[in-house]
Design a protein around this ligand. Structure first.
Ligand code: PMP
Length: 327
């Protein structure tokens, strides 16, 4: 494949059969390996799409400042587009997010402002409020706003979903994915259900987030999924069932996926794989399941991939799972 720049290399990620993690006869599970995108995550797609759509509509022009509140991956996507297309990028990033994401953002030329993780989304010090305030203060500055921007869902409706259908040769019977903004699950589910209304969509959500039910807001270590508010782009009507998960099972499943399938994925991929395991007993023979693996190991070298960190955080099962072959 030859492309005119790195942005054109976003997408067309492989759909890989999962061979060892699940053992239900007659059920096939496939992983959409979004961690293989150039910037390392599913959010490259929307970083590029939002910049492209805003540029084509005349809202932004090279030289402008793009400010985005993000858990890091959308920031990397926008910074990648900014580096190639000539935008200044400022990212507001909650403290919880990994140092690795900050390092990548800085390498791509973005300015990073860390905000308190505990801040409610509408508190003045939250990553969202700080971004909006800065956009008002700085000249030619824009928040593309992944939480409300239709380009977010469109990227997944037009591309991610279509790639899965093309590679599988059909719409799968089940889609399993986590939700942050909800753009990934909403965009893919919309396309799948239009073509096959019986397709079941399973959302995976950390305990401490309100997206998948529950009102208790709390902190958790898995990055990129769950919120204390409902983003506009998330269409809960398309989600048939939510699975709630805590940190440790997410990290166990991520480490299992790395060890047993060679998927160099991150923590929210583990959350989604846990979700697949939870629904398997109800899935009829002959079904095909697609699970989205949003980002990769690089973001978490000093966290999920560091046994000392796992031990310090008391996620001991995640360490053990590295040595245990489940077959
Ligand atoms: N996993 C990770 C690691 C992410 O960064 C994100 C995006 N915040 C998601 C999952 C969820 O994607 P979406 O915003 O499309 O719901």
């Amino acid at each position: 494949m030859q492309t005119k720049n790195i942005l054109e290399a976003i997408g067309r990620t492989p759909l890989v059969k999962i061979n060892h993690l699940f053992k239900k006869e007659g059920v096939e599970v496939y992983a959409k390996c979004e961690f293989l995108n150039p910037g390392g995550s599913v959010k490259d797609r929307i970083g590029y799409q939002m910049v492209l759509d805003a540029q084509n509509s005349g809202r932004i022009k090279p030289g402008d400042i793009l400010i985005e509140p993000t858990s890091g991956n959308t920031g990397i996507g926008i910074a990648l587009a900014g580096a190639v297309l000539g935008y200044k990028v400022i990212i507001t990033l909650p403290e919880k997010m990994s140092k690795e994401k900050q390092v990548v953002l800085a390498a791509l030329g973005a300015e990073i402002i860390r905000t308190p993780t505990e801040a409610a989304y509408n508190a003045p010090e939250s990553h969202i409020s700080v971004a909006n305030r800065l956009a008002k203060e700085l000249p030619n500055a824009h928040v593309l706003d992944q939480y409300a921007n239709p380009s977010n869902c469109d990227a997944h409706y037009n591309f991610t979903a279509q790639e899965i259908i093309d590679d599988l040769g059909m719409v799968p019977d089940y889609l399993v994915a986590g939700a942050g903004t909800g753009g990934t699950i909403t965009g893919i589910a919309k396309k799948f259900k239009e073509l096959k209304p019986s397709c079941q969509v399973i959302g995976c959500d950390p305990v401490g987030s309100i997206l998948g039910g529950g009102t208790e807001v709390g902190t958790y270590q898995v990055e990129g999924i769950g919120y204390d508010f409902f983003p506009k782009v998330l269409d809960c009507n398309l989600i048939d069932k939510w699975i709630k998960t805590s940190d440790e099972p997410s990290f166990v499943w991520a480490r299992k996926a790395i060890r047993e399938e060679g998927f160099l994925c991150g923590g929210s991929s583990g959350t989604a794989l846990f979700g697949v395991n939870e629904i398997l007993h109800d899935v009829p023979k002959g079904s095909k399941i697609v699970v989205i693996l949003p980002d990769g190991i690089r973001n978490y070298m000093t966290k999920l991939m560091d046994n000392d960190w796992l031990s310090k955080m008391n996620f001991k099962q995640a360490i053990l799972s590295n040595n245990k072959f489940s077959k």
